[in-house]
Design a protein around this ligand. Structure first.
Ligand code: NAD
Length: 497
């Protein structure tokens, strides 16, 4: 059976524990991944420590050129990488390509790293005194990533970190770790020095070793909220810089004047695409007014019935299987729970099987109406192909729903009314807002991050926030005396001058 190993420079300690990698389309184990521990991490850290000073001393333009080569190599291997990703994750190949391309957008942003790292300068802050600041790398940094975007999220973190002059160790999800390892290989081929981008695999044991390791200065985490919170607290307590993105429950508000055909089309992709396994999915739709709700429901039902669930390589499929049998059982458990809580199950996706792939982890699309904010199934993240409709009587009621929800990752409003959209964007208590855009993932040169239990820590991913996270600022106050007898030697600090 195929075995996925760590990608570290030097000697890798022999693996004693392994995790199963499933084929979600067929439902069987297709490979095993080595699960590392402190010894594996120590080996990676030693290699990173040996390589990082020279990489930090490499000028930023040269660092950017390596990223440029990496981007070209990933593009040349796009088909291979997308199929590999889809075979472990279950998303359809077109979606897998999107996952990789969104990661490459961040790599592209990093080509401007010489510009992004430029500091500030004040000439003549005092007599003969200039003040300037510079952004310097942190040293050895780590990214811990979830299963749902095995290409994009490692590049959100890793590309910016190494562009800033750090060494980066990636601990990808143990469910779909192959593409991250291919990225490490392609980085080497692109000319990145050994030890600057490494991959260690593992579960909680490895994550705990990372959190406790004294040589690691910063950790970026993306995953579910309870674990994000744990990583944040323990990492910060150990003196590290930590950002930890968590779960989500994004709402789509539909105003009475919205273009409902557009909304239905957008919802079909945003609620069910990638089997709902996206932190920026729209699993809750909030029509404003019963009339809007009835009109929307009438259009949604046939659109959901028309969705095609298929294997990842089916070009016509809208979405594929979920990642594991365990996750399938969890999603179906939430469908049962939501029905038991009194919501109307309009379309039931449970019990779906795909002919010829009966053991695959497929779930049909589900639609609930009359979901209410007191239901557990509304409060928690389901992370599957399930759309919950919560009816609101007014704009204010609709605005309050995402604003009061424990998660605050993304939200969307569908309307033709500029004033309503403007009010909504300004007042909603959520980090990323879409106006007639169902999945408002910001472009790479802006920044990604939610609020409330969707993110712990105060900096976002990529864009200038990413550069800020992966660097520290040094400020220099320099005095160059002119050499004359008095003015040259008398030190005058700016506040006294
Ligand atoms: P997860 O929390 O199970 O795993 C994330 C990472 O944590 C993995 O690398 C995993 O190995 C590690 N991990 C798992 N259990 C651990 C434990 N007990 N202690 C320490 N580390 C542990 O998340 P997942 O199921 O892989 O991904 C889905 C979740 O990620 C969803 O909640 C989704 O909303 C969230 N997500 C959030 C964002 C965002 O930007 N906010 C983006 C993508 C995904």
């Amino acid at each position: 059976m195929r075995q996925i190993d760590h990608f570290i420079a030097g000697t890798t300690p022999k693996a004693t524990r392994f995790g199963d990698i499933f084929d979600p389309n067929e439902g069987h184990v297709q490979a095993q991944v080595a699960l590392g521990d402190k010894d594996v991490l120590d080996a990676a850290v030693a290699a990173a420590e040996a390589a990082q000073p020279a990489w930090a001393a490499t000028n930023p333009q040269r660092r950017a050129r390596v990223l440029f080569q990496f981007k070209a190599l990933v593009e040349a291997h796009m088909d291979e990488l997308a199929h590999l990703l889809a075979s472990e994750h279950g998303k359809v190949v077109a979606d897998a390509k999107g996952d990789i391309m969104r990661g490459l957008d961040v790599v592209e942003f990093c080509m401007g790293i010489p510009h992004a790292l430029k500091g500030e300068y004040t000439l003549g802050a005092g007599p003969g005194i200039d003040v300037y600041s510079m952004r310097q790398p942190l040293g050895i940094t780590v990214g811990i990533t979830p299963f749902n975007f095995p290409a994009m999220i490692p590049l959100w973190m890793g590309a910016v970190s190494i562009a800033c002059g750090n060494a980066f160790i990636l601990k990808p999800s143990e469910r779909d770790p192959s593409v991250p390892v291919r990225f490490a290989e392609l980085f080497l081929e692109a000319g990145l020095p050994t030890g600057i981008f490494q991959v260690v695999h593992g579960d909680k044991q490895m994550v705990d070793a990372i959190l406790d390791h004294p040589a690691i200065s910063a950790i970026s985490f993306v995953g579910s909220s309870d674990i994000a919170h744990y990583v944040y607290e323990r990492g910060v307590a150990a003196g590290k810089r930590v950002q930890a993105m968590g779960g989500a429950k994004n709402h789509g508000i539909v105003m009475p004047d919205a273009d409902l055909d557009q909304v239905v089309n957008d919802l079909a992709g945003a609620a069910f695409g990638s089997a709902g396994e996206r932190c920026m999915a729209l699993p809750v739709v909030v029509p404003v007014g019963d009339d809007t709700a009835e009109r929307l429901r009438e259009k949604l039902i046939p659109a959901i019935h028309a969705l095609r669930v298929g294997v990842s390589t089916d070009d016509a499929a809208h979405y594929g299987p979920v990642v594991t049998a365990q996750h399938k059982a969890k999603v179906e458990g939430w469908i049962a729970k939501c029905a038991a809580e009194g919501a109307e199950l309009v379309i039931d996706g449970r019990g779906f099987t795909l002919q010829g792939h009966e053991a695959g982890f497929f779930i049909g699309p589900s639609l609930f109406d009359h979901v209410t904010p007191d239901m557990e199934s509304y409060k928690e993240e389901i992370f599957g192909p399930v759309l919950q409709m919560v009816r609101a009587n007014s704009f204010e009621e609709a605005l309050a729903l995402p604003s009061r929800h424990q998660y605050g990752n993304g939200v969307a409003i569908f309307t033709r009314n500029g004033h309503a959209a403007r009010e909504f964007a300004a007042r909603v208590n959520v980090g990323m807002v879409g106006i007639n855009v169902p999945i408002p993932v910001p472009v790479a040169y802006h920044t990604f991050g939610g609020w409330k239990r969707s993110a712990f820590g105060d900096t976002n991913q990529h864009g200038m926030e990413g550069v800020k996270f992966w660097t520290k600022v040094k400020t220099v106050t320099a005095r160059w005396p002119d050499g004359s007898a008095d003015g040259g030697n008398a030190f005058v600090i700016p506040t006294m001058g």
